[in-house]
Ligand binder design. Structure first.
Ligand SMILES: *Cc1c(COP(=O)(O)O)cnc(C)c1O
Length: 395
């Protein structure tokens, strides 16, 4: 049995997405810029896909730029907003401490170019409020970028309120909606969103394709220079199969959003309730404003990496909060942002579910995780110190 519980990292493609992609490779394989019939069929597919994505976000098709994924969309959104800011002499950018690295690393780059970046602190329940954003906005703020939902701990942020604050103060608002698209309702009008990033592979679409929504009239800077594709804003022959697959996957996800939410939330809550019974454990993130599929725990006295390896041996594909960067094992910046101490942040586990997970799989996880945690603790010198009272428990 292989239980795939790492859907926040990427998802398996749906039959619908595959069925949309194959004709784009076998029949409509032309270059959409070509004038002949094969090219024009590809152009038609591209146009239809753009209309589909636009419908799912409630925007105009010409406000959609197809990119190579969420990271590129994030980069282009931030660099474009920064360019507008620089022209107006507005050099202050507001974001949060627990954004995806596609945001945080781009902000670091902008900081080196003279921008002042303010990362709002995250409450220990994993939330950032619209009031925090309102309080941080200044005369010289050119951009607010706040993620819709966090990829590690699943917090759903009050995007509509944050959008309203930004609109009222006349500040551009971008949201990284990569974890939200296909899973949570998106309406860029009602939610006052100026720019939004999404990525195909987080909702059963293909990898290497994403989209950036940009409200009409907001000028973009190119990340990729070259031909005149995507209204001249993103060069390179369009990834027509990928785009068609992503559009089909998004349409399907949006059509089944409510039933998927109900199903996945039930599985999630069963997992959270079961894993909470493990002694000296704590759930990370808010229980109420939470992505349907997200489960994230810290277990004291163990290393997340060892836990993952043993769970893999038990047929469970999961993830730890921590990212292995340049050889050193740094704990997750997200867990540190919500105030978890380093030692505790190291013992984290993220299980992210989709509508294809089953009760049986959840039962399997609930058998295996407590067993593996207990086994690792039985071998852990840190756990010995905690049990003997030499060190104090933090959870
Ligand atoms: C996955 C992810 C990204 C990056 O998307 P890619 O398509 O893999 O580049 C950005 N932001 C968040 C929140 C994500 O979960």
């Amino acid at each position: 049995m292989t239980v795939y519980a790492d859907n926040a990292a990427t998802t398996r493609m749906s039959r619908t997405a595959l069925d949309a992609m194959l004709p784009a490779m076998e029949e409509n394989y032309g270059n959409p810029s070509s004038l002949h019939s094969v090219g024009q069929r590809a152009a038609e597919l591209l146009m239809k896909s753009r209309e589909t994505v636009a419908r799912c976000l409630n925007c105009q098709p010409r406000e959609i730029i197809f990119t190579s994924g969420g990271s590129e969309a994030d980069n282009q959104a931030l660099l474009s907003a920064a360019a507008i800011g620089r022209r107006k002499g507005k050099m202050h950018i507001i974001s949060t401490a627990f954004e995806h690295h596609a945001i945080l690393h781009t902000l670091k780059k902008l900081e080196k170019e003279g921008f002042e970046v303010e990362l709002l602190p995250v409450h220990e329940n994993g939330m950032v409020s619209a009031q925090q954003v309102a309080d941080a906005i200044r005369e010289d703020t050119c951009l607010v970028t706040v993620m819709y939902a966090n990829n590690e701990i699943g917090s759903i942020l009050p995007i509509e309120e944050i959008g309203a604050v930004c609109r009222e103060k006349g500040v551009l608002f971008h949201t990284d909606a990569v974890q939200a698209a296909g899973h949570l309702p998106i309406d860029v009008q009602a939610q006052h969103i100026d720019m939004l990033s999404l990525s195909g592979h987080k909702f059963h679409g293909p990898k290497g394709v994403g989209a950036l929504y940009v409200r009409g009239g907001i000028p973009l800077v190119n990340v990729i220079e070259g031909g005149a594709q995507e209204r001249g804003k993103r060069a390179g022959t369009e990834n027509v199969p990928g785009i068609a697959g992503m559009a089909a996957a998004l349409e399907e996800a949006c059509a089944h959003m409510e039933e998927n939410r109900v199903k996945v939330t039930a599985l999630r809550d069963k997992l959270i309730a079961g894993l909470s019974r493990i002694p000296h454990s704590a759930v990370n993130g808010d229980l109420e404003h939470r992505l349907p599929g997200n489960v994230n725990f810290c277990f004291e006295g163990i290393e997340g990496e060892s836990l993952l390896l043993l769970l893999d041996a038990a047929g469970i594909c999961a993830s730890s909060g921590s990212a292995c960067t340049s050889g050193s094992l740094d704990p997750s910046h997200v867990l540190l942002a919500i105030g978890r101490p380093h030692e505790v942040a190291h013992g984290s586990l993220r299980l992210s579910l989709c509508e294809w997970n089953t009760q049986e799989e959840v039962d399997h996880i609930l058998r295996e995780v407590p067993r593996v945690v207990e086994y690792l603790r039985s071998m852990s010198p840190v756990w010995k110190d905690l049990e003997s009272g030499k060190k104090a428990f933090m959870l």
